[in-house]
Design a protein around this ligand. Structure first.
Ligand SMILES: [Zn+2]
Length: 514
């Protein structure tokens, strides 16, 4: 233990409390797992985890209470006088801070999980299960504070799948009222619209979106909106033609309305298999937005990195997948854990998610805004800012989690160096091109990770995956209109638009019967 005086931190997992007593006094930080004592009256169900309100706890967790799934054999800490309890599971303290003689010890009574071969830690660091891993991550962040990568600020949007611009509302979503609430409560709503639906746009709906780009934005939701559209097996040519048809339709919407649609795909029904990835990148889709669960379910044979679910996006051969989760009155835990992990916060729903009123949006936005400064905006904004940075004198190191990032060069910086987030699954495969000052022409030489780029302070440098948008959708062989897709979509839209009326009639009947 004497050698510990030369270290910054000690992690002790043996459960032997003698270890802490033998650590020499000094400016050491220590993380120690203790055996703890049996909990009194443990519940067989899950319990709430309550984080302390003190300054030591990360401000995104501070004072929060989040439900946690059952941990049957969990022990409790026996705090000593002077200990600051940082978290409780139910009423049992499970994480505490002990400080004496310069030594700062995080003590937890929750052992680290035993991961199966290839199992990602994400399985123990998500909105339902986190207390076995979160304290260690919290500790590591404290130890590396000041020498770690700087993350982007918290970013968020609320998202709805399916709405279109055929009218000034879609089902339970009156756009004018959504915009009014977004403005008064401070949030942004991204609508994943179906390319098939772009055959008509209502002028007032278009004007509302055009006049409020800071509040409302559009992204792409499949093409025809058929079941498992982006999950079903297709040839590479089949994927290309289907996606190019979607882009033709989106381009028509942009041409006729002047609106911009983010080149970000929200796959219908959460179905996205990585076989569609190459076609998307080639056609200029900058990323996908899907739940982490769906991503895993639709790609069961894919080998994920150990950091799966913990980074700002999953990178699949240089193609970013932004995480999203279900919008509901009980999504607070997901919001808080996403924020703690610096992941974009994207609660998503359908129009009937707000059948009981748009107040749900302001309530969820209030939880998100309570986390601190939040940048609300489109998925495009999130992808363009999806990078880590590290400043060293006149050099800025950048680690990208996107296919296109925009870096504003800080004062005093004359060189940018691009780091590869994952050498086997990142930009190292494709390389970058650079665009400066709106010049989108590809850089003549392929830029690879680690290669310095000369820059001027104040300019905005755009770093774009070399393979993004290499295929012009207009040159891809067109695809026939599917009669089945046409009939299905018309029927689905009719159902959605009639839903509020049916809901009101049913409610009145229940009320009268009561
Ligand atoms: Zn949909």
């Amino acid at each position: 233990m004497a050698k510990c005086t030369q270290a910054n931190a000690v992690i002790s997992l043996s459960g032997d409390d003698q270890v802490v007593q033998r650590i020499p006094a000094g400016e050491l930080k220590c993380f120690h797992v203790t055996k703890g004592v049996a909990r009194a009256n443990p519940s067989s169900g899950g319990e709430r985890v309550r984080f302390a309100d003190g300054n030591y706890v990360d401000k995104r967790l501070r004072g929060r209470t989040i439900w946690h799934k059952p941990l049957p054999n969990l022990s409790a800490l026996r705090p000593e006088p002077g200990d600051e309890v940082l978290a409780w599971y139910g009423v049992s303290p499970v994480w505490a801070l002990r400080q004496s003689s310069g030594l700062s010890v995080n003590i937890v009574s929750v052992p680290l999980p035993k991961l199966a071969d290839g199992q990602p830690p994400f399985d123990y660091l998500n909105s339902e299960s986190f207390i076995q891993v979160l304290p260690l991550l919290h500790f590591l962040r404290q130890v590396t504070a000041g020498s770690d990568w700087t993350r982007p600020p918290l970013r968020a949007c609320l998202m709805f799948d399916d709405p279109n611009l055929h009218w000034t509302s879609y089902g339970f979503l009156p756009y004018q009222e959504v915009a009014r609430q977004a403005k008064s409560c401070g949030f942004h709503v991204a609508f994943a619209t179906i390319p098939f639906d772009t055959w008509f746009s209502h002028r007032r709906a278009v004007n509302l979106f055009r006049d409020n780009p800071e509040l409302l934005s559009l992204l792409i939701h499949g093409n025809d909106h058929l079941r498992s559209e982006l999950g079903r097996p297709r040839t590479p040519e089949g994927h290309l033609r289907m996606l190019a048809q979607g882009l033709r339709r989106v381009a028509r919407l942009e041409r006729t309305t002047g609106l911009c649609v983010a080149r970000v795909m929200a796959p219908p029904h959460g179905a996205y298999a990585d076989a569609a990835l190459a076609a998307m990148l080639a056609l200029g889709f900058e990323g996908v937005c899907i739940s982490t669960g769906s991503l895993r379910n639709w790609n069961p044979h894919r080998q994920w990195s150990a950091a799966f679910g913990l980074e700002m996006a999953e990178m699949m051969e240089g193609f970013p997948v932004l995480p999203r989760f279900r919008l509901s009155a009980s999504c607070e835990a997901q919001i808080i854990i996403s924020a703690f992990l610096d992941r974009p916060i994207i609660p998503v729903g359908h129009h009937d998610t707000v059948a009981d009123g748009l107040e749900l949006l302001s309530r969820v936005a209030e939880v998100i805004n309570s986390l601190g400064d939040v940048s609300w905006g489109s998925c495009e904004m999130m992808l363009h800012s999806n990078y880590l940075k590290f400043r060293g004198d006149a050099t800025l190191w950048v680690k990208s989690y996107s296919s296109r990032i925009l870096v504003t060069v800080p004062p005093g910086v004359t060189t940018i160096v691009l780091e590869n987030p994952d050498k086997e699954d990142g930009f190292g495969v494709a390389g970058f091109r650079i665009a400066k000052g709106g010049d989108s022409a590809p850089h003549p030489t392929r830029l690879t990770a680690g290669e310095p780029i000369s820059v001027k302070p104040g300019e905005t440098v755009e770093l774009v995956s070399q393979i993004l948008g290499n295929v012009d959708y207009r040159r891809v062989k067109p695809r026939m209109l599917s009669v089945w897709a046409f009939s299905r979509r018309i029927l689905c839209e009719g159902r959605d638009r009639l839903a509020p009326l049916i809901y009101r009639v049913r409610k009145r009947r229940v009320h009268n019967a009561g």
